[in-house]
Ligand binder design. Structure first.
Ligand code: ZN
Length: 488
């Protein structure tokens, strides 16, 4: 979708773009599922959603990896693009655009930003000498290293960079960025804003935004010897996808982004550097950042980082193939409280999925469908007779949407899900307590219809509210209830 009806609230949402040196795992998938749940929720509300994901394709590391595989960088990136998008589609991610930073339109955006920053006097050329982790694509200080190595990439050797680079005068923007962070609503959860304020408090250094030794990147305008530092180029993807600079009419409608969904490890880039770059370029900063924690793996009572070296990586394709994408989506969103780290354990995954999706939701659907089949040949036309116990159920379910909506807006997805599962349990309880099978034996078919009608109506509401989390199952439920036109 590229245009917005004037009566719709525009909602431009992005995820971080991924390095193409490794394939997605369950941890990377969590961020995309999280963003997809938000995008689907906003669509359900009737907002004009524009949802962008993508791949971060530049850097020497990518060029090296391609060479190792006997490929050119772009051939390698094409291959990875296919791998990533196959996974994302399998997980039911409803993105409108998938951006790739090797795209010429993105190069034009980066070069235009560079020119604007330069015109503003915010770019200088200076010697750059630093310890550098190619895994993080970031400068490291001695104190950040453990045994001379990056704690996040202990298998990689720390490099020494010593060259003439272009620098962005980040220090100039300490005050306006501080004001943005202090505004409160810019970052969720708020404690991340406090962390960034203390980073600014310690003093911002100007940052190197180019590389001389790398060829695989966006060329610096007017200097064929240098390409842009991969992070500088990567951040700009958010405005490229919105039409900058090729379609400024569209850009003015889509930008500023309403939400960047990112991981806690890249907060500084998004909360400090990115707003400063935009301010320098005369562009409004994004409205809000949603910063999530990591998915750890719980194994034999130990909580481990999901990493290749530890052998704890879980393949989302395998999980989706075996249990269906909805199972993974529902589990991650209920297990990982937004903003904090959460644990993936196989025991928990199987137990909770069986309990919520099988015993609770699946059972409810089966009961309604099979009794409607048995007692009314698959369809009943009247609401039946209302019963005293209807009031109890209605109380549980009628206010459900009103309880769930504010939780979704506050990013409290695990609480929202718990509310919905509780309503499904209450509906199962309503059927059990009413025992329509006993009513049928007595020939009280109006009462049976009444129980089934109330339960089906409750399940309809539950399925609609579940649709951002488990879109495939929700659609199937609504089809089985005979309301496939429901906007899910
Ligand atoms: Zn590192």
């Amino acid at each position: 979708m590229g245009t917005f009806c004037s009566f719709m609230a525009k909602f431009y949402i992005t995820t971080a773009i991924d390095y193409v040196n490794s394939v997605p795992h369950v941890g990377t998938s969590y961020e995309k599922i999280l963003a997809d749940v938000i995008a689907r929720w906003k669509r359900l509300k009737g907002d004009g959603v524009y949802f962008v994901m993508g791949n971060d394709e530049h850097s020497q590391q990518v060029a090296d990896r391609a060479a190792k595989e006997g490929l050119t960088p772009i051939q390698w990136c094409d291959k990875m693009d296919e791998k990533f998008q196959t996974t994302w589609k399998k997980l039911g991610l409803s993105y409108d655009q998938f951006i790739r930073t090797s795209n010429p339109a993105h190069h034009r955006a980066c070069q235009e930003i560079f020119r604007r920053l330069q015109a503003k006097g915010d770019i200088v050329k200076a010697p750059y000498k630093a310890l550098y982790c190619v895994g993080c694509e970031a400068k490291k200080t001695e104190s950040e290293l453990v045994n001379g190595r990056c704690p996040n990439h202990p298998t990689l050797t720390i490099q020494t960079v010593d060259e003439e680079n272009y620098f962005f005068k980040l220090s100039r923007y300490a005050e306006p960025v501080k004001k943005l962070l202090e505004r409160g609503e810019f970052i969720d959860p708020a404690f991340r804003a406090k962390e960034m304020l203390s980073v600014i408090e310690q003093g911002l250094e100007d940052i190197s935004i180019s590389r001389k030794t790398t060829r695989w990147g966006v060329p610096i305008p007017g200097d064929p010897e240098q390409v842009m530092y991969v992070w500088f180029d990567a951040l700009i993807n958010y405005i490229t996808a919105a039409g900058f600079p090729d379609d400024m009419a569209r850009f003015s409608k889509v930008w500023p982004a309403d939400l960047h969904v990112i991981g806690k490890d890249i907060t500084r880039f998004h909360a400090v550097i990115w707003p400063a770059m935009l301010m320098s370029a005369g562009i409004e900063p994004p409205k809000r950042l949603a910063i999530h924690g990591f998915v750890n793996v719980k194994k034999d009572g130990q909580v481990l980082k999901m990493s290749k070296t530890l052998g704890t990586v879980i393949d989302p394709n395998m999980v989706a193939d075996k249990w269906g994408p909805d199972t993974l989506r529902a589990y991650l969103l209920s297990e990982v409280a937004f903003g904090y780290d959460g644990d993936f354990s196989w025991d928990g995954f199987i137990q909770k999925s069986n309990a919520n999706l099988g015993d609770n939701l699946g059972n409810l659907l089966n009961r309604i469908v099979s009794m409607t089949e048995r007692y009314f040949q698959g369809t009943f036309s009247s609401k039946g007779k209302s019963l005293p116990q209807d009031a109890v159920l209605r109380e549980k379910v009628a206010g459900l949407a009103d309880r769930v909506a504010p939780l979704m807006e506050k990013n409290e997805f695990h609480v929202a899900l718990a509310e919905i599962w509780e309503a499904a349990r209450a509906t199962n309880g309503h059927i059990e307590a009413s025992a329509p099978w006993s009513m049928a034996k007595k020939g009280a078919m109006d009462e049976v219809a009444g129980v089934l009608y109330q339960a089906a109506e409750a399940l309809r509401i539950i399925a609609v509210l579940l649709s951002p989390f488990i879109p495939t199952a929700s659609r199937r439920i609504l089809e089985q209830l005979g309301i496939p036109e429901c906007p899910v």
